[in-house]
Design a protein around this ligand. Structure first.
Ligand code: VGL
Ligand code: ZN
Length: 206
């Protein structure tokens, strides 16, 4: 089923639908691949389609393996704030960093890679985890005339939520399509993220 066309000022942002975040991947999100049919069906309705890609060097500071003695999913303090230590994932150039093969990438206008600096993570598609180093996506969307964003993808409580919160802060009207997202849900992170998004004025649909 194909949805009605969206206004030309509305962009679809597809967050991190990559092999490593899908079942069998290095940082698998439960049912991560279940978002793909809905996202593929939404794409033709949008005049602007952006895909993001988590894209880490092997020595990335968000990987537990780069902190001797640290367990995956533990938390450390980085100069820019607290940071969850993840299993190594989405290493630049690996199969796991690629888009899931079922995702229709041909329709994308723009592919934004993030998290490529070894010393800082970037959950959000707009800013790295210091909340101030810009990725360039805001400028791209503004120059394309986007005012409204519809967010989909992985994971609801990390990269989708951080992107949504930054986007409302930047003045975009933001909808998160929860039916086209799946969560990691680490220590209550999903409920927290949903609460923060609601409080910030993100429209949660689906
Ligand atoms: C993500 C954890 C680490 C995400 C990326 O895409 O939500 N989560 N890197
Ligand atoms: Zn990552």
């Amino acid at each position: 089923m194909q949805a009605a066309p969206q206004a030309s000022d509305t962009a679809l942002i597809v967050i991190d639908v990559q092999t490593d975040f899908c079942p069998g991947g290095a940082l698998a999100v439960a049912e991560g691949d279940a978002v793909i049919p809905a996202i593929n069906a939404m794409m033709p309705g949008f005049g602007i389609v952006v895909l993001t890609q988590d894209w880490h060097p092997a020595n990335h500071s968000s990987f537990a393996g780069n902190h001797p003695g640290a367990a995956p999913f533990s938390q450390i303090d980085m100069p820019y704030g607290p940071q969850v230590l993840w299993p190594s994932h989405c290493v630049q150039g690996t199969e796991g960093a690629g888009f899931h093969p079922a995702l229709d990438t041909a329709r994308a206008d723009m592919i934004l890679r993030k998290g490529f600096r070894p010393g800082i993570d970037s959950y959000s598609a707009f800013f790295e985890n210091d909340r101030s180093t810009a990725t360039g996506l805001e400028g791209y969307l503004r120059e394309r005339g986007a005012q409204r964003l519809v967010l989909t993808g992985l994971a609801t409580d990390f990269c989708v939520a951080y992107s949504a919160l930054d986007a409302v802060r930047l003045g975009f009207a933001v909808t998160v399509r929860l039916d086209a997202c799946r969560a990691i849900d680490l220590n209550g992170s999903l409920a927290a993220a949903l609460g923060q998004m609601r409080a910030a004025g993100v429209t949660l649909e689906g």
